[in-house]
Design a protein around this ligand. Structure first.
Ligand code: SF4
Length: 373
């Protein structure tokens, strides 16, 4: 099992994306037909996956099809939705009730499950007992920004294995260390990240941005490190990622990871932004036939600039897209298509973290010029 491998598949059709990713990781070899398998999506609220808040049921369906082809029959989907939200309603609203009926898999509402206390270093963690009873645990989070922890992906998704009072206690304890410790108690066997439609700011969705990819790995820390970078953060600046690595849950070292990208040609054109924040950020962009991946990365980078207060210091609109190919002139461009512009960040597509650093450097140059005059 290659823990340092991470497979990224671009596209919009989970049924065509899951199999090649799992085959590359040789998942079949680690599965036994008699294994009790738990699939943990993120169904934090009763909103469809198009909101950016919850895991795509089509992605989970593709995983179930793969498992059933291997002969696995004992499959459960488990969740305890956010405090104040009903898991049962989330199962229905997010399309999981119909999915479970179609494939004969169980739906487990962990909110009202028995609780088991498990020691993780200095903390007694109270976990829903059923979450501990699987031979193979597939963590299927959504890649999202988060107002408190900056990023939410695989490590934090396991908070949905806790009863509500334990979720509250995690917040009182500062979230980061308890999340890292929880991942010592509930071990992810495999992580399949839904990055079709990530959210720019909130766990509850509302600012979805097309990202059109999934990524798959055995290591939940590596998954979150990659996710953090996609959203424009230095992975170890997110405390729970750093802590989980220190606790031996996995590795956040992307330089040592073997990252394999599949379907790189699957770059659909970006759709116009729809959410209020995406619209606001989109005013800083001049877009001509940009690929959705490139455009999504730029919006996430702009969201980071907004967070640190440097958005207003941008020198003007950022140009992006294939329509700028061959154009020469002044201005700022992101991506290889805008290589002819005076200020350009190459890459096809450039990564969010690189875009954020590039734009921040432009805002610094502009502030320095202003202070001299
Ligand atoms: S730089 Fe690459 S990813 Fe970005 S718009 Fe051009 S072709 Fe698409």
């Amino acid at each position: 099992m290659q823990m340092n491998k991470l497979i990224v598949v671009y596209g919009t059709k989970p049924q065509e994306m899951v199999r090649p990713a799992l085959d590359r990781l040789r998942v079949k070899e680690s599965l036994s037909p008699t294994a009790r398998i738990g699939i943990k999506p993120n169904l934090v609220v009763e909103k469809p996956s198009s909101s950016g808040a919850t895991t795509s049921p089509e992605l989970v369906e593709a995983i179930i099809v793969y498992l059933q082809e291997v002969g696995c029959r004992d499959i459960s989907i488990l969740e305890s939705s956010a405090i104040g939200h009903s898991t049962q309603r989330a199962f229905k609203a997010c399309g999981y009730e119909a999915l479970a009926a179609r494939y004969g898999v169980k739906l487990l509402d962990l909110k009202h499950d028995e609780v088991q206390t498990v020691r993780a270093r200095e903390l007694d963690v109270r976990v829903a007992a059923k979450a501990l009873g699987f031979d193979y645990f597939i963590n299927v989070p959504v890649l999202k920004a988060h107002c408190q922890t900056q990023v939410t992906c695989a490590l934090k998704n396991l908070k949905g294995c806790l009863p509500d009072d334990e979720k509250r206690r995690f917040h009182r304890l500062g979230l980061h260390r308890p999340i890292a410790l929880l991942n010592m108690v509930v071990r992810s066997s495999l992580v399949v990240v839904d990055a079709f439609c990530g959210d720019l700011t909130f766990e509850e969705g509302g600012n979805p941005v097309q990202m059109n990819r999934i990524f798959v790995t055995y290591d939940p820390v590596l998954a979150d490190a990659y996710a953090a970078e996609l959203l424009g953060y230095e992975p170890r600046s997110i405390a729970y990622i750093r802590l989980a690595e220190e606790l031996g849950v996995g590795s956040a070292d992307l330089t040592r990871a073997e990252i394999i990208e599949l379907n790189v040609g699957e770059r659909h054109l970006a759709s116009p932004p729809v959410s209020p924040l995406a619209l606001e950020l989109g005013r800083w962009v001049e877009e001509r036939a940009a690929c959705s991946i490139c455009y999504g990365n730029l919006l996430h980078a702009l969201a980071r600039l907004k967070e640190n207060g440097s958005l207003a210091a941008l020198p003007g609109k950022i140009k992006i897209g294939q329509g700028f190919r061959g154009e020469v002139g002044s201005g700022v461009g992101v991506g290889s298509c805008t290589a002819g512009l005076k200020h350009n960040l190459p890459g096809c597509p450039p990564r969010t973290r690189e875009v954020a650093l590039f734009l921040e450097s432009l805002t610094r140059i502009r502030s320095e010029k202003r202070s001299k005059t």
